[in-house]
Write a protein that binds this ligand. Structure first.
Ligand code: PLP
Length: 394
């Protein structure tokens, strides 16, 4: 193994030094004033990031815990939800809803495609008893971005709550929950937020809070209404993940130092860098139109051993990337460009990918693929602010 490892995985991600140092601090007591001040301070940045005026709850769990908290706190057994499923994480919504005893209508789209908002609209027309729509903003298993803004507009007209797993989107691409009509937005710490795993964040709209207040929570640990009441006092229901909260205070300040627009522009440019490089290599992008801004999925040529490519990239170049899941195992390479990752890391990832494919399969594309990739990156950075981003934060 090379001595320096480049983590280009869609979580966990590399951490900035200021965050690592903050994480190394000795314990603060979670019921004492210094910690309470930090809890209050992070709210302002979290609201900016989530695009909401409401509270953003920290929860001690991985992202899936927050998905569970949402389903168990917003819906009663017997209620019906619509699950948008076009990958591994859509499937997870379905499994959580089933565990809660909900009736489930599934709207499938092929892996690699987005779930169309019109199809959600039609399902809700067909069955007005549907109480919620569960969707990913970014489906990390395929690298697809679902049309959250459009689905939010559909749900807003109806009683169905729009519940969005933003785990690989928050801090990476726009997700202004209030403006888009998202009723529940949640994320985890180890993707766009430049933190270790173990902390989740969740926010509700006013009508989702009303629903939560009228729903008996499905488990003792996740009680969203009690969490909200405690948050007013800068507290969590149980012992807070103190170091992660201290780290979050640093990571939010670091992430947002130049404003939200700068965060998205950086991510957009990294996405252009990765996508242009992959195309110039002669490889197929798996997510064609609606692509995520934190992960780029690459479909490998048939017959090429994906596991061997990933192994070569890791062992020879020290670049760790992810493969495909389920039926795409061995067929996809997923290049994560989230967390504390810059153009140098992504360029190294492209080089490692190209060289590893050459080594394993003898296949290679344009000789100037890195130049093409870097040209796309710099073009994406230099256009007038607000112009090039297809989804600006409104
Ligand atoms: C990573 C991820 C998850 C899972 O999060 P955990 O922290 O592993 O529980 C869920 N949804 C999406 C979209 C993700 O990217």
């Amino acid at each position: 193994m090379p001595e320096k490892i480049h983590l280009l995985t869609p979580g966990p991600t590399p951490l900035p030094e200021c965050v690592r140092l903050a994480l190394a601090r000795d314990m603060l007591h979670h019921r004492k004033s210094e910690f309470i001040a930090i809890m209050h301070r992070i709210q302002e940045n979290l609201r900016l990031l989530f695009g909401t005026v409401g509270p953003v709850l920290p929860l001690s769990c991985s992202g899936t815990g927050a998905m569970t908290a949402a389903v168990y706190g917003l819906f009663q057994p017997g209620e019906k939800v619509l699950v948008a499923e076009a990958g591994k994480f859509g499937q997870r919504w379905r499994h959580i809803a089933a565990a809660r005893g909900l009736g489930i209508v599934t709207l499938y789209a092929p892996w690699g495609e987005a779930v169309p908002a019109e199809a959600v609209n039609k399902k809700l027309d067909d069955d007005p008893s549907i109480a919620g729509v569960l969707m990913q903003l970014s489906e990390t298993s395929t690298g697809v971005l679902h049309p959250a803004r459009e689905v939010g507009a559909v749900c807003r007209e109806r009683k169905a709550l729009f519940v969005v797993d933003g785990i690989s989107a928050v801090g990476l691409s726009p997700c202004p929950m209030d403006a888009w009509g998202i009723d529940c937005l949640l994320t985890g710490s180890q993707k766009g937020l430049m933190l270790p795993p173990g902390l989740a964040l969740l926010a509700l709209s006013p009508r989702a809070w009303k629903k939560a207040e009228n729903t008996t929570p499905g488990c003792f640990y996740f009680n969203l209404v009690k969490e909200r009441d405690n948050l007013v006092k800068g507290q969590t229901n149980f012992t807070s993940p103190v170091n992660l909260i201290v780290g979050l205070d640093e990571s939010l300040a670091f992430l947002l130092k130049d404003g939200l627009e700068a965060v998205y522009r950086k991510q957009w440019a990294l996405t252009m860098l990765a996508r242009s490089g992959v195309s110039a290599m002669g490889l197929e992008l798996f997510a064609k139109e609606n692509f995520a801004w934190g992960v780029t999925s690459v479909l490998l040529p048939k017959g090429l051993n994906g596991a061997a490519v990933l192994r070569c990239a890791a062992e020879k170049f020290g670049v760790l990337m992810a493969g495909g899941q389920d039926h795409l195992k061995g067929r996809l390479v997923r290049i994560g460009h989230m967390g504390y990752v810059d153009w140098v890391d992504v360029t190294a990832g492209l080089y490692a990918l190209n060289q590893s494919i050459k080594e394993v399969g003898g296949f290679c594309g344009a000789r100037d693929y890195l130049e093409q990739a870097l040209a796309a990156w710099s073009a994406a950075l230099t256009v007038a602010p607000g112009k090039a981003l297809p989804l600006t934060h409104s």
